[in-house]
Design a protein around this ligand. Structure first.
Ligand code: HEM
Length: 328
């Protein structure tokens, strides 16, 4: 089997892990125009490095989103900001996640799975379950759940690189609906309320999907979260993240110039970086594990898990690993 073409093609490769283990600690990949950090110690250092930002310093908000409601929300996401804004708003976002009790998360995930599984094709189901579960936890009324799940998908497509003008218009309309649900919340909290559902979408879809693949290979007990925690480490959903140099710096023995971009490998089974680290570490790890574990258990109780065929491949995403089960 050929190696992945680059670290951005690896998340959808049938088995990228042996190739990851052969990568140099740090190297510039001219084919993608980015530095690639594979050594876990260097990645951990980079995640703590203030000179490395989550957005290109010259483009804090993607050009295409500027002047749009989607761009105003993007500018307030703790995931997409650094410095004073991030420091001021991250604590409330993390506290919001910490307040969600495990039993409530499990109930929301079980209810979402039971509601969606009988009427949703498997590949759409992987992302609809975590988004509907988060929407339930955020107090969205039952009658508004389907519309909210559709809006979060539209927003996620709208902030993706290269989004079409139609996708941007749909995202702006979705933002109007999602912000209306957050009436009374101050703007940064209202924006990050959307992020709770958006961050849960692809990443938890990947965890549920990779959990299904692992269960098909070895039908282990689905009680608790031990099985899914093992999958989250050995076949993770998020394989890499980006950083941008705000000034010249040296990482390992590599001279990084201001403005250059870096891909940080998070998918190393030996290292505990799957949920990030440092200022931007994921505040939703516990929630994600509870949603994914409950979704698998509930799909098994419904008999849906046992009926699934092995995956056809993986979605062509540059950072997330999400299996595709339905034949094209
Ligand atoms: C398997 C599921 C998930 C994985 C693997 C995952 C992974 C990550 C990673 C790696 C980061 C850091 C990105 C970076 O440093 O560039 C992150 C950030 C974040 N995640 Fe998750 N996540 C998952 C699910 C969730 C869920 C369910 C929530 C919702 C509560 C969530 C909320 C967030 C938020 C708000 C941030 C931004 C934090 C900040 O920038 O300060 N994530 N996630």
């Amino acid at each position: 089997m050929d190696d992945p073409r680059s670290v951005l093609a690896a998340p959808s490769h049938p088995s990228p892990y042996a190739w990851y283990a052969r990568l140099p600690a740090i190297a510039f990949d001219a084919s993608i125009g980015l530095w690639v950090l594979a050594d876990p110690a260097l990645v951990a250092q980079a995640l703590e490095e203030p000179a490395l930002r989550v957005r290109p310093p010259a483009e804090p908000v993607p050009e295409a989103l500027r002047g749009r409601p989607t761009g105003e929300v993007f500018a307030r996401l703790v995931r997409m900001t650094d410095g004073d804004f991030h420091a001021r708003h991250r604590p409330a976002v993390a506290a919001g996640a910490a307040r969600l009790a495990r039993a409530a998360v499990e109930q929301a995930a079980a209810d979402a799975t039971r509601d969606l599984a009988p009427r949703t094709p498997i590949d759409a189901l992987l992302s609809a379950i975590p988004v509907q579960a988060m929407a339930r936890l955020l107090g969205v009324a039952a009658a508004d759940l389907d519309r909210t799940v559709a809006w979060v998908h539209d927003f996620t497509r709208g902030i993706a690189a290269g989004a079409s003008s139609d996708a941007l218009d749909r995202s702006d309309a979705a933002v109007a609906g999602l912000l209306a649900q957050a009436e009374g919340l101050e703007p940064a909290l209202a924006a990050n309320r959307i992020a709770f559902m958006q961050q849960a979408l692809d990443a938890t879809a990947g965890l549920i999907g990779n959990g299904i693949v692992a269960w098909q290979a070895r039908a282990a007990s689905l009680e608790g979260t031990a099985f899914i925690a093992h999958v989250a480490r050995t076949d993770p959903a998020v394989h890499n993240t980006r950083r941008f140099a705000a000034q010249d710096l040296v990482l390992g023995d590599a001279p990084i110039a201001a403005g250059q971009g870096l891909v940080l490998l998070l998918a190393n089974p030996q290292a505990k970086l799957q949920f990030g680290a440092g200022a931007h570490a994921c505040p939703g790890e516990r929630i994600a594990l509870a949603i994914a574990a409950t979704a698998l258990r509930t799909l098994a109780e419904l008999g849906a898990l046992q009926r699934l065929a092995p995956p056809q491949g993986y979605r062509p995403l540059p950072n997330a690993r999400i299996p595709v089960f339905a034949a094209a």
